[in-house]
Ligand binder design. Sequence first.
Ligand SMILES: [Zn+2]
Length: 431
Amino acid sequence: MSLTAEQAGTDLRAFVDVSPSPFHAVAEMVRRLSDGGFSELTERDRWTLAPGDARYVVRDGGSVIAFRVGSAPLPDAGLRIVGTHTDSPTFKVRPRYDVRRGAYRLVGVEPYGGLLAHTWLDRELTVAGRLAVRGPDGEVDTRLVRLPGGPIRLPSLAIHLDRAVREGLKLDPQTQLVPVWGPDSAADASLLALLAEVAGVPEVEVLGHDLVLADTQPCAATGIDGSWVAAPRLDNLGSCHSATLALLAAAPAAHTQLVVANDHEEVGSGSMEGARGSFLEDVVGRLVAATGGTDPQDLPVTIARSHLVSADMAHAQHPTQGERHEPSHAPVLGGGPVLKLNANQSYATDARSGGWFAARCADVDVPLQHFVTRADLPCGSTIGPLTAMRLGISTVDVGAPLLGMHSCRELGSAVDVPLMVRAMTSCFETG
Ligand SMILES: [Zn+2]
Protein backbone atom coordinates (compact mmCIF):
# COMPACT_ATOMS: atom_id res chain seq x y z
CA MET A 1 0.00 0.00 0.00
CA SER A 2 1.48 3.34 -0.94
CA LEU A 3 0.72 6.50 0.99
CA THR A 4 -0.62 9.66 -0.60
CA ALA A 5 1.29 12.85 0.17
CA GLU A 6 -1.62 14.01 2.32
CA GLN A 7 -1.63 10.80 4.40
CA ALA A 8 2.15 10.88 4.66
CA GLY A 9 2.16 14.51 5.79
CA THR A 10 -0.46 13.81 8.46
CA ASP A 11 1.49 10.81 9.69
CA LEU A 12 4.81 12.69 9.74
CA ARG A 13 3.25 15.52 11.76
CA ALA A 14 1.86 12.99 14.26
CA PHE A 15 5.31 11.34 14.51
CA VAL A 16 7.08 14.63 15.23
CA ASP A 17 4.44 15.88 17.68
CA VAL A 18 5.00 12.89 19.98
CA SER A 19 8.81 13.06 19.67
CA PRO A 20 10.04 16.12 21.61
CA SER A 21 13.33 14.39 22.51
CA PRO A 22 15.47 11.59 20.99
CA PHE A 23 14.16 9.24 23.70
CA HIS A 24 10.58 9.97 22.68
CA ALA A 25 11.49 9.50 18.99
CA VAL A 26 12.96 6.07 19.74
CA ALA A 27 9.87 5.18 21.80
CA GLU A 28 7.62 6.15 18.89
CA MET A 29 9.70 4.16 16.39
CA VAL A 30 9.56 1.17 18.77
CA ARG A 31 5.80 1.54 19.21
CA ARG A 32 5.26 1.48 15.45
CA LEU A 33 7.69 -1.40 14.94
CA SER A 34 6.00 -3.40 17.73
CA ASP A 35 2.62 -2.83 16.08
CA GLY A 36 4.20 -4.15 12.88
CA GLY A 37 5.34 -7.39 14.50
CA PHE A 38 8.88 -6.47 15.58
CA SER A 39 9.87 -7.63 19.07
CA GLU A 40 12.57 -6.48 21.46
CA LEU A 41 16.07 -7.83 21.92
CA THR A 42 18.42 -6.53 24.57
CA GLU A 43 22.18 -6.27 24.30
CA ARG A 44 22.50 -8.04 27.65
CA ASP A 45 21.07 -11.30 26.32
CA ARG A 46 22.57 -13.83 23.93
CA TRP A 47 20.82 -13.83 20.57
CA THR A 48 19.67 -16.70 18.39
CA LEU A 49 18.02 -15.53 15.19
CA ALA A 50 16.27 -17.23 12.30
CA PRO A 51 15.30 -16.06 8.80
CA GLY A 52 12.26 -13.79 8.91
CA ASP A 53 12.80 -12.67 12.51
CA ALA A 54 11.85 -9.02 12.96
CA ARG A 55 13.52 -7.53 16.02
CA TYR A 56 14.73 -4.23 17.47
CA VAL A 57 17.34 -3.30 20.03
CA VAL A 58 17.64 0.04 21.86
CA ARG A 59 20.96 1.36 23.14
CA ASP A 60 20.75 3.79 26.06
CA GLY A 61 17.29 5.05 25.11
CA GLY A 62 18.31 7.44 22.33
CA SER A 63 19.41 5.02 19.59
CA VAL A 64 17.63 2.06 18.03
CA ILE A 65 18.42 -0.61 15.47
CA ALA A 66 15.59 -2.64 13.92
CA PHE A 67 16.04 -5.46 11.44
CA ARG A 68 14.29 -8.23 9.54
CA VAL A 69 16.56 -11.24 9.04
CA GLY A 70 16.82 -12.24 5.37
CA SER A 71 16.10 -15.69 3.97
CA ALA A 72 19.73 -16.15 2.86
CA PRO A 73 22.73 -16.41 5.22
CA LEU A 74 24.21 -12.95 5.85
CA PRO A 75 27.55 -13.70 4.16
CA ASP A 76 25.64 -14.73 1.02
CA ALA A 77 23.35 -11.70 0.68
CA GLY A 78 24.60 -8.96 3.03
CA LEU A 79 22.51 -6.19 4.54
CA ARG A 80 20.51 -3.28 3.21
CA ILE A 81 20.76 -0.54 5.84
CA VAL A 82 19.12 2.86 6.22
CA GLY A 83 20.84 5.09 8.81
CA THR A 84 19.40 8.23 10.41
CA HIS A 85 19.78 10.26 13.60
CA THR A 86 17.29 10.91 16.38
CA ASP A 87 18.66 14.16 17.85
CA SER A 88 18.15 17.78 16.80
CA PRO A 89 19.69 21.07 17.89
CA THR A 90 18.13 22.26 21.15
CA PHE A 91 19.03 23.30 24.70
CA LYS A 92 19.84 20.79 27.39
CA VAL A 93 18.73 21.43 30.98
CA ARG A 94 21.65 21.74 33.38
CA PRO A 95 21.95 19.56 36.51
CA ARG A 96 21.48 22.60 38.77
CA TYR A 97 18.91 24.36 36.65
CA ASP A 98 17.18 26.64 39.15
CA VAL A 99 18.30 30.18 38.19
CA ARG A 100 16.89 33.34 39.82
CA ARG A 101 17.30 36.79 38.31
CA GLY A 102 15.38 39.88 39.29
CA ALA A 103 11.75 38.94 39.75
CA TYR A 104 12.09 35.82 37.62
CA ARG A 105 12.73 32.13 37.82
CA LEU A 106 14.70 30.81 34.91
CA VAL A 107 15.83 27.39 33.75
CA GLY A 108 19.58 26.93 33.34
CA VAL A 109 20.31 25.36 29.97
CA GLU A 110 23.26 24.60 27.70
CA PRO A 111 23.01 24.81 23.89
CA TYR A 112 23.08 21.42 22.12
CA GLY A 113 24.29 21.29 18.52
CA GLY A 114 24.30 24.03 15.90
CA LEU A 115 21.02 25.72 16.66
CA LEU A 116 19.66 28.89 15.07
CA ALA A 117 19.20 30.66 18.40
CA HIS A 118 16.89 33.46 17.27
CA THR A 119 14.27 30.96 16.06
CA TRP A 120 13.76 29.83 19.65
CA LEU A 121 12.67 33.29 20.82
CA ASP A 122 9.08 34.11 21.76
CA ARG A 123 7.78 30.57 21.48
CA GLU A 124 5.92 28.49 24.07
CA LEU A 125 8.48 25.88 25.03
CA THR A 126 8.45 22.89 27.30
CA VAL A 127 10.93 20.46 28.80
CA ALA A 128 11.02 16.84 27.69
CA GLY A 129 13.34 13.87 27.93
CA ARG A 130 13.97 11.23 30.54
CA LEU A 131 14.50 10.87 34.25
CA ALA A 132 16.84 8.33 35.79
CA VAL A 133 15.10 6.78 38.77
CA ARG A 134 16.04 4.24 41.41
CA GLY A 135 14.91 0.83 40.21
CA PRO A 136 14.71 -2.53 41.93
CA ASP A 137 18.01 -4.15 43.00
CA GLY A 138 19.96 -0.90 42.77
CA GLU A 139 19.66 -0.70 38.97
CA VAL A 140 18.80 2.62 37.33
CA ASP A 141 15.52 2.79 35.42
CA THR A 142 14.47 5.58 33.12
CA ARG A 143 11.11 7.30 32.58
CA LEU A 144 10.07 9.43 29.63
CA VAL A 145 8.69 12.78 30.69
CA ARG A 146 7.23 15.90 29.14
CA LEU A 147 6.11 18.91 31.12
CA PRO A 148 2.46 19.65 30.22
CA GLY A 149 1.66 22.85 28.32
CA GLY A 150 4.23 25.36 27.14
CA PRO A 151 5.29 27.21 30.28
CA ILE A 152 8.84 28.19 29.28
CA ARG A 153 9.91 31.07 27.05
CA LEU A 154 12.93 32.94 25.68
CA PRO A 155 11.55 36.49 25.34
CA SER A 156 13.07 38.88 22.79
CA LEU A 157 14.42 42.19 23.96
CA ALA A 158 12.21 45.07 22.77
CA ILE A 159 13.72 46.94 19.84
CA HIS A 160 13.40 50.17 21.86
CA LEU A 161 15.97 48.79 24.28
CA ASP A 162 18.46 47.78 21.61
CA ARG A 163 18.24 49.66 18.29
CA ALA A 164 21.50 48.00 17.20
CA VAL A 165 19.55 44.77 16.71
CA ARG A 166 18.81 46.03 13.16
CA GLU A 167 22.46 45.35 12.36
CA GLY A 168 22.06 41.73 13.39
CA LEU A 169 21.08 39.86 16.52
CA LYS A 170 23.82 38.36 18.66
CA LEU A 171 22.86 36.37 21.73
CA ASP A 172 25.30 35.24 24.40
CA PRO A 173 24.52 31.59 25.20
CA GLN A 174 25.65 31.84 28.83
CA THR A 175 23.95 35.07 29.88
CA GLN A 176 21.13 35.72 27.39
CA LEU A 177 19.83 32.34 26.18
CA VAL A 178 18.37 31.43 29.55
CA PRO A 179 14.64 30.69 29.30
CA VAL A 180 12.23 32.13 31.85
CA TRP A 181 9.74 29.88 33.61
CA GLY A 182 7.77 32.35 35.68
CA PRO A 183 7.72 34.84 38.54
CA ASP A 184 10.14 34.31 41.39
CA SER A 185 7.18 34.41 43.74
CA ALA A 186 6.10 30.97 42.47
CA ALA A 187 8.62 29.66 44.95
CA ASP A 188 7.03 26.30 45.60
CA ALA A 189 7.28 25.00 42.05
CA SER A 190 10.19 22.68 41.38
CA LEU A 191 10.80 21.49 37.84
CA LEU A 192 12.03 18.12 38.97
CA ALA A 193 9.12 17.67 41.40
CA LEU A 194 6.65 18.38 38.59
CA LEU A 195 8.42 15.98 36.24
CA ALA A 196 8.60 13.31 38.95
CA GLU A 197 4.85 13.71 39.36
CA VAL A 198 4.41 13.29 35.58
CA ALA A 199 6.53 10.14 35.77
CA GLY A 200 4.60 8.85 38.79
CA VAL A 201 7.65 8.53 41.02
CA PRO A 202 8.57 10.26 44.29
CA GLU A 203 11.00 13.14 43.69
CA VAL A 204 13.56 11.57 46.04
CA GLU A 205 13.78 8.60 43.67
CA VAL A 206 15.00 10.80 40.79
CA LEU A 207 18.73 10.28 40.34
CA GLY A 208 19.44 12.25 37.16
CA HIS A 209 17.97 13.65 33.97
CA ASP A 210 18.49 14.17 30.24
CA LEU A 211 16.04 16.96 29.47
CA VAL A 212 15.84 19.24 26.46
CA LEU A 213 13.72 22.22 25.46
CA ALA A 214 11.05 21.57 22.85
CA ASP A 215 8.65 23.79 20.92
CA THR A 216 5.03 23.04 21.82
CA GLN A 217 3.21 24.39 18.74
CA PRO A 218 1.75 21.38 16.93
CA CYS A 219 3.17 20.67 13.47
CA ALA A 220 1.10 22.20 10.69
CA ALA A 221 0.21 21.67 7.04
CA THR A 222 1.08 24.91 5.28
CA GLY A 223 1.74 26.50 1.89
CA ILE A 224 -0.73 27.46 -0.83
CA ASP A 225 -1.94 23.87 -1.28
CA GLY A 226 -1.28 22.65 2.26
CA SER A 227 1.44 20.28 1.03
CA TRP A 228 4.25 21.74 3.14
CA VAL A 229 5.02 20.57 6.66
CA ALA A 230 5.98 23.19 9.24
CA ALA A 231 7.52 21.38 12.18
CA PRO A 232 10.37 21.27 14.65
CA ARG A 233 13.08 18.58 14.40
CA LEU A 234 12.38 17.51 10.80
CA ASP A 235 16.19 17.18 10.72
CA ASN A 236 16.25 14.33 11.28
CA LEU A 237 12.90 12.98 12.47
CA GLY A 238 11.76 13.24 8.84
CA SER A 239 14.27 10.53 7.93
CA CYS A 240 13.52 8.46 11.07
CA HIS A 241 9.84 8.50 10.08
CA SER A 242 10.48 7.51 6.43
CA ALA A 243 12.93 4.77 7.45
CA THR A 244 10.43 3.28 9.91
CA LEU A 245 7.62 3.28 7.33
CA ALA A 246 9.93 1.76 4.69
CA LEU A 247 11.15 -1.06 6.94
CA LEU A 248 7.57 -1.89 7.92
CA ALA A 249 6.43 -1.80 4.27
CA ALA A 250 9.32 -3.76 2.76
CA ALA A 251 8.62 -7.32 1.63
CA PRO A 252 11.02 -9.86 3.16
CA ALA A 253 14.06 -10.50 0.96
CA ALA A 254 17.12 -12.72 0.75
CA HIS A 255 19.24 -10.00 2.38
CA THR A 256 18.75 -8.68 5.89
CA GLN A 257 16.98 -5.30 6.14
CA LEU A 258 18.06 -2.93 8.90
CA VAL A 259 17.38 0.60 10.18
CA VAL A 260 19.83 2.31 12.53
CA ALA A 261 18.87 5.60 14.19
CA ASN A 262 21.72 7.11 16.22
CA ASP A 263 21.64 9.83 18.86
CA HIS A 264 24.27 12.60 19.12
CA GLU A 265 24.79 13.31 15.39
CA GLU A 266 24.37 17.03 15.97
CA VAL A 267 27.32 17.05 18.38
CA GLY A 268 29.73 14.88 16.43
CA SER A 269 28.39 11.33 17.05
CA GLY A 270 31.06 10.52 19.64
CA SER A 271 29.20 8.44 22.21
CA MET A 272 28.36 4.82 22.95
CA GLU A 273 25.13 5.18 20.99
CA GLY A 274 26.40 7.68 18.39
CA ALA A 275 27.55 6.79 14.87
CA ARG A 276 31.20 6.90 15.97
CA GLY A 277 30.35 4.33 18.65
CA SER A 278 30.16 0.58 18.28
CA PHE A 279 26.38 0.11 18.14
CA LEU A 280 25.93 -0.80 14.47
CA GLU A 281 29.18 -2.76 14.31
CA ASP A 282 28.20 -4.74 17.43
CA VAL A 283 24.70 -5.52 16.14
CA VAL A 284 25.89 -6.56 12.67
CA GLY A 285 28.57 -8.79 14.22
CA ARG A 286 26.00 -10.37 16.49
CA LEU A 287 23.54 -10.79 13.60
CA VAL A 288 26.16 -12.78 11.70
CA ALA A 289 26.99 -14.90 14.75
CA ALA A 290 23.37 -15.34 15.87
CA THR A 291 22.36 -16.71 12.47
CA GLY A 292 25.07 -19.38 12.52
CA GLY A 293 28.17 -17.56 11.25
CA THR A 294 31.27 -19.12 12.79
CA ASP A 295 33.97 -18.40 10.20
CA PRO A 296 35.96 -15.22 10.99
CA GLN A 297 35.48 -14.23 7.35
CA ASP A 298 31.68 -14.22 7.67
CA LEU A 299 31.54 -10.62 8.99
CA PRO A 300 33.85 -8.93 6.43
CA VAL A 301 32.19 -10.86 3.59
CA THR A 302 28.77 -9.73 4.88
CA ILE A 303 29.92 -6.09 5.02
CA ALA A 304 31.40 -6.28 1.52
CA ARG A 305 28.01 -7.42 0.18
CA SER A 306 26.06 -4.69 1.99
CA HIS A 307 24.79 -1.20 1.21
CA LEU A 308 24.07 1.66 3.57
CA VAL A 309 21.80 4.61 2.83
CA SER A 310 22.64 7.49 5.17
CA ALA A 311 19.40 9.48 5.28
CA ASP A 312 19.60 13.03 6.60
CA MET A 313 17.67 16.08 5.47
CA ALA A 314 19.06 18.11 2.55
CA HIS A 315 19.07 21.85 1.88
CA ALA A 316 16.32 22.98 -0.47
CA GLN A 317 17.11 26.19 -2.34
CA HIS A 318 15.98 29.23 -0.34
CA PRO A 319 13.25 31.35 -1.99
CA THR A 320 15.01 34.71 -1.47
CA GLN A 321 18.63 33.67 -0.97
CA GLY A 322 18.94 31.09 -3.70
CA GLU A 323 22.44 32.34 -4.57
CA ARG A 324 23.67 30.43 -1.50
CA HIS A 325 23.22 27.25 -3.55
CA GLU A 326 25.49 25.96 -6.28
CA PRO A 327 23.40 27.07 -9.29
CA SER A 328 23.32 23.67 -11.00
CA HIS A 329 22.57 21.78 -7.79
CA ALA A 330 19.60 23.47 -6.17
CA PRO A 331 17.02 20.99 -4.84
CA VAL A 332 13.39 22.05 -4.46
CA LEU A 333 10.76 21.08 -1.89
CA GLY A 334 8.61 18.30 -3.30
CA GLY A 335 11.19 17.33 -5.92
CA GLY A 336 12.07 13.99 -4.35
CA PRO A 337 15.11 12.54 -2.57
CA VAL A 338 18.37 14.48 -2.83
CA LEU A 339 21.64 12.70 -3.56
CA LYS A 340 24.39 14.52 -1.60
CA LEU A 341 27.93 14.62 -2.90
CA ASN A 342 31.10 16.34 -1.73
CA ALA A 343 34.53 16.10 -3.36
CA ASN A 344 36.18 16.29 0.07
CA GLN A 345 34.16 13.40 1.52
CA SER A 346 31.86 15.33 3.84
CA TYR A 347 29.34 13.01 2.24
CA ALA A 348 30.10 9.34 1.57
CA THR A 349 28.41 9.15 -1.85
CA ASP A 350 30.59 7.95 -4.73
CA ALA A 351 29.83 6.72 -8.24
CA ARG A 352 29.15 3.17 -7.11
CA SER A 353 27.01 3.89 -4.01
CA GLY A 354 25.24 6.83 -5.69
CA GLY A 355 24.65 4.74 -8.79
CA TRP A 356 23.17 1.95 -6.70
CA PHE A 357 20.74 4.36 -5.03
CA ALA A 358 19.87 6.01 -8.36
CA ALA A 359 19.02 2.57 -9.78
CA ARG A 360 16.79 1.78 -6.78
CA CYS A 361 14.93 5.10 -7.32
CA ALA A 362 14.61 4.49 -11.07
CA ASP A 363 13.21 1.01 -10.36
CA VAL A 364 10.20 2.60 -8.62
CA ASP A 365 9.87 5.84 -10.63
CA VAL A 366 11.18 8.12 -7.89
CA PRO A 367 12.84 11.31 -9.19
CA LEU A 368 16.27 12.17 -7.83
CA GLN A 369 17.77 15.61 -7.13
CA HIS A 370 21.45 16.42 -6.56
CA PHE A 371 23.17 18.61 -3.99
CA VAL A 372 26.71 19.83 -3.75
CA THR A 373 27.68 22.85 -1.69
CA ARG A 374 29.15 25.96 -3.33
CA ALA A 375 32.93 25.84 -3.71
CA ASP A 376 33.18 28.96 -1.51
CA LEU A 377 31.04 27.59 1.34
CA PRO A 378 31.88 24.84 3.86
CA CYS A 379 29.89 21.63 3.70
CA GLY A 380 27.85 19.99 6.47
CA SER A 381 28.19 16.30 7.17
CA THR A 382 26.17 13.29 8.30
CA ILE A 383 26.54 9.87 9.90
CA GLY A 384 27.35 8.58 6.38
CA PRO A 385 31.15 9.09 6.26
CA LEU A 386 31.49 8.09 9.94
CA THR A 387 29.66 4.81 9.43
CA ALA A 388 31.43 4.11 6.13
CA MET A 389 34.75 4.68 7.91
CA ARG A 390 33.91 2.57 10.95
CA LEU A 391 32.42 -0.42 9.08
CA GLY A 392 34.03 -0.21 5.65
CA ILE A 393 30.57 -0.34 4.10
CA SER A 394 29.53 1.15 0.74
CA THR A 395 27.50 4.23 1.71
CA VAL A 396 25.36 6.81 -0.06
CA ASP A 397 24.22 10.11 1.49
CA VAL A 398 20.68 11.14 0.66
CA GLY A 399 17.89 13.22 2.23
CA ALA A 400 14.55 14.88 1.73
CA PRO A 401 14.78 18.61 0.91
CA LEU A 402 14.25 21.06 3.78
CA LEU A 403 14.17 24.81 4.34
CA GLY A 404 15.44 26.40 7.55
CA MET A 405 17.55 23.45 8.68
CA HIS A 406 18.29 23.72 12.43
CA SER A 407 15.58 26.30 12.94
CA CYS A 408 13.26 25.66 15.88
CA ARG A 409 10.58 25.36 13.17
CA GLU A 410 11.70 23.88 9.85
CA LEU A 411 9.81 23.53 6.57
CA GLY A 412 9.57 20.42 4.43
CA SER A 413 7.10 19.01 1.91
CA ALA A 414 4.71 16.12 2.44
CA VAL A 415 5.17 15.31 -1.27
CA ASP A 416 8.70 14.10 -0.51
CA VAL A 417 7.62 11.67 2.22
CA PRO A 418 6.08 8.93 0.04
CA LEU A 419 8.90 9.41 -2.50
CA MET A 420 11.52 8.87 0.20
CA VAL A 421 9.61 5.90 1.65
CA ARG A 422 9.33 4.34 -1.82
CA ALA A 423 13.05 4.85 -2.51
CA MET A 424 14.03 3.34 0.86
CA THR A 425 11.63 0.42 0.41
CA SER A 426 13.17 -0.23 -3.00
CA CYS A 427 16.63 -0.28 -1.34
CA PHE A 428 15.37 -2.80 1.24
CA GLU A 429 13.68 -5.06 -1.31
CA THR A 430 16.04 -5.17 -4.29
CA GLY A 431 19.63 -4.82 -5.37
ZN1 LIG B 1 20.72 16.01 10.35
